[in-house]
Design a protein around this ligand. Structure first.
Ligand SMILES: Cc1cc2nc3c(=O)[nH]c(=O)nc-3n(C[C@H](O)[C@H](O)[C@H](O)COP(=O)(O)OP(=O)(O)OC[C@H]3O[C@@H](n4cnc5c(N)ncnc54)[C@H](O)[C@@H]3O)c2cc1C
Ligand code: SF4
Length: 623
């Protein structure tokens, strides 16, 4: 896949690729691994009766080129998978980073280093059974906030977290190891459908806030008004105090345009030239500069994720955090949630216990946390319905109404140097097309992630990599009406999603707007991430806009799952407006699962505001 051109090392001959990828894959659960193996096998035998790996290098490159030019969707999906995995292994080699010039050093604008976070206490369960007032499952945006508020109200709280505790002293330096350590299933949670859409989620103390980009938005007023009117969330339009409190605690500040980096500045200039509204993004990372390492854990903990903010606060107020504890079931007595059972023990980076033979996890011990007052579930929009389904609680709507903000990466080549990694990863937003349900954000992803999406194969793909310093990129996010479902298949999590034609049309419109911004800022060509289009020149835009693309033709990713235990009246949802689960007493939810519809902006702050409101009311009623 990477033959080595113009000083770039050749894969395997000069730098190992398959070995680090194999090591990364070994950390995944066998269930995920089986699916990857099937895909790779299909790729290997595509040139039947020959095998891809046995072809001569020139024949391999020729075959890859034909795959790229094919009009068959599955060909592109297989090619993309092969490019993503090979780039993941290749782009992290120091020799490659040195040649492309992508070394990054995160720091604060004033050169200082943030104070270390307060300690999290002893996180190993001291015994197989513990008792408290409230058990909280999950320590991400929803769980951490709930823990802090309940503990400070004097309740005895235990937080159960499936992942481990990490901070700047312990995030793995190697990006592949970081992904295996900090994400559920190595970031390979995928919503099945056409197209299949990767939906990575965090699995660590602090949840997805450990690996997110730090972008902070309040939910748009019209969305909150709809939630009040259609779904009965009476307080949804009354969250100013909760938002302000969180913004203060997380030091949310807008990115300084002077220091946002060229990628954001180009988006800003392009949007201004078109008269499109937008602004510097507000973030919970103070005035950090120079990076694009956010998805691997912030190396200086400038990003104020839950593990360095609300959780230490909860611990200081007496909460107990239990890490590497996977909750399997919520138990009830006479319709009331009374305990959470699961197992505990570190058994390698982030392996999900489901879909594995029990003989492969001898190190795990049974664990139960009993709750005198109640149970709160905040496992995220995938983990929460999974736990409710395993427990047989919440009714027939559990797992339905999954929204994800499908997103498309629209790259562009500039004749000037962009060096997107020398700047804040997500820096400038454009909300001009909010009425079309679109939000555009200047987003630059590290080469290990972004490299797989660069155009070309073989030599051409390598030249695209060498050109990475001239690439700018904008993420197009859709507030989706399409929906999906989280369910269990053979006991393991299954996520499906069906992108409607109407939403595919909106995304295509958004891609065209991102292209327009790029061209207005001086880009020479744009990569819309649609295989049959390849590259766009400025004059191609009108033809692009008059073409209708099927949902399956779009290459998408999604970072914001929500809605799978939504607040809605009885038979349309899972929770009441106070976060309580229909049909079960003393059971509440405080995470992204609650959202009645797609929120339309990056969701962390709205999750925090919701958790703050629900936990505050819960503390009052328990007190
Ligand atoms: C790469 C990336 C970038 C993002 N960037 C942004 C951004 O810039 N701004 C923004 O607003 N949003 C961003 N997001 C999304 C945002 O971080 C999430 O929406 C938010 O963290 C979700 O909060 P949550 O409480 O619902 O779940 P999470 O934060 O995901 O926390 C859930 C936790 O529960 C644990 N858990 C689940 N099930 C169990 C179980 N059975 N037992 C024990 N523990 C369990 C999980 O391990 C996890 O740690 C990003 C997401 C990704 C993946
Ligand atoms: S928040 Fe992200 S960009 Fe800022 S210093 Fe941390 S990792 Fe780097």
């Amino acid at each position: 896949m990477a033959p080595g051109v113009d000083g770039l090392p050749a894969a395997e001959r000069d730098v190992p690729v398959s070995a680090p990828v194999a090591e990364f894959l070994a950390s995944l659960s066998p269930r995920v691994l089986r699916r990857i193996r099937l895909g790779l096998l299909a790729f290997e035998w595509l040139p039947f009766p020959w095998r891809f790996s046995r072809l001569a290098p020139a024949a391999r490159e020729d075959f890859l080129r034909r795959m790229e030019g094919s009009r068959l969707g599955p060909m592109h999906e297989l090619l993309l998978m092969a490019k993503v995995f090979s780039t993941l292994g290749y782009a992290v080699a120091p020799e490659v980073e040195a040649r492309v010039g992508t070394e990054t050093t995160c720091r604060l604008a004033d050169g200082s280093r943030p104070d270390p976070a307060m300690p999290l206490g002893d996180t190993a369960p001291p015994s197989a059974e513990e008792e408290c007032d409230v058990v909280i499952v999950g320590s991400g945006a929803g769980g951490a906030v709930t823990a802090a508020i309940l503990a400070e109200a004097g309740l005895d709280v235990i937080v159960l977290e499936a992942g481990g505790a990490h901070n700047r002293e312990s995030y793995p330096a190697d990006p592949l190891e970081a992904i295996a350590t900090l994400y559920r299933d190595g970031g390979l949670t995928i919503a099945e459908g056409r197209p299949a859409i990767p939906v990575p989620v965090g699995r660590a103390v602090g949840g997805t806030t450990v690996v997110n980009s730090g972008t902070c938005f309040r939910a748009p007023d019209p969305v909150l008004a709809e939630w009040r009117e259609r779904f009965g969330v009476g307080w949804a339009t009354d969250l100013n105090a909760e938002f302000s409190d969180a913004e203060e605690r997380l030091h949310v500040t807008p990115v300084d345009p002077e220091r946002m980096g060229r990628n954001g500045q180009l988006t800003m200039a392009g949007a201004a030239a078109l008269g499109a509204s937008g602004g510097p993004i507000s973030r919970n990372a103070g005035s950090c500069v120079q990076c694009s390492s956010c998805p691997f854990g912030c190396p200086i903990d400038a990003k104020r994720g839950m593990h360095v903010t609300y959780l230490p606060r909860a611990i200081a107020a007496g909460a107990r955090l239990r890490t590497n504890v996977q909750a399997h079931r919520i138990l009830t007595e006479r319709g009331r949630a009374t305990s959470v059972t699961g197992d505990s023990g570190a058994d390698g980076p982030n392996m999900s216990p489901y879909g594995r033979k029990s003989s492969r996890r001898p190190s795990r011990q049974p664990y139960t946390a009993r709750a005198r007052v109640g149970v709160v579930v905040a496992g995220g929009a995938l983990g929460t319905p999974e736990l409710l389904l395993r427990s047989g609680l919440g009714g027939g709507q559990v797992g339905r109404n999954l929204h994800i903000h499908p997103a498309c990466w629209v790259g562009a080549r500039y004749s000037e140097e962009v060096r997107g990694w020398d700047g804040v990863m997500q820096s400038y937003y454009v909300d001009e097309w909010e009425p079309q349900r679109l939000l555009l954000e200047a987003t630059f992803t590290p080469l290990a992630f972004g490299g797989g999406w660069l155009p070309g194969t073989g030599h051409e793909h390598q030249r695209s990599m060498l050109d990475f310093d001239h690439i700018g990129s904008i993420g197009v996010h859709l507030s989706d009406e399409s929906s999906g479902r989280v369910s269990l298949r053979n006991g393991a999590l299954r996520t499906t999603y069906k992108l409607t034609q109407a939403d595919a049309d909106r995304l295509t419109y958004g891609i065209a707007r991102a292209a327009e911004i790029h061209f207005a800022a001086g880009a020479t060509e744009v990569y819309p991430n649609i295989p049959r289009v390849g590259k766009l020149k400025k004059n191609d835009l009108a033809a692009f806009e008059s073409t209708r693309f099927k949902p399956s033709e779009l290459r998408l990713e999604a970072f914001h799952p929500m809605g799978t235990a939504r607040i809605a009246p009885d038979n349309q949802g899972v929770c009441a407006p106070d976060g309580s689960v229909h049909g079960t007493e003393a059971l509440h939810i405080t995470d992204a699962s609650l959202f009645p519809t797609s929120v339309g902006v990056n969701p962390m702050m709205t999750i925090i505001a919701f958790a703050t409101r629900i936990a505050t009311e819960l503390a009052k009623s328990a007190g």
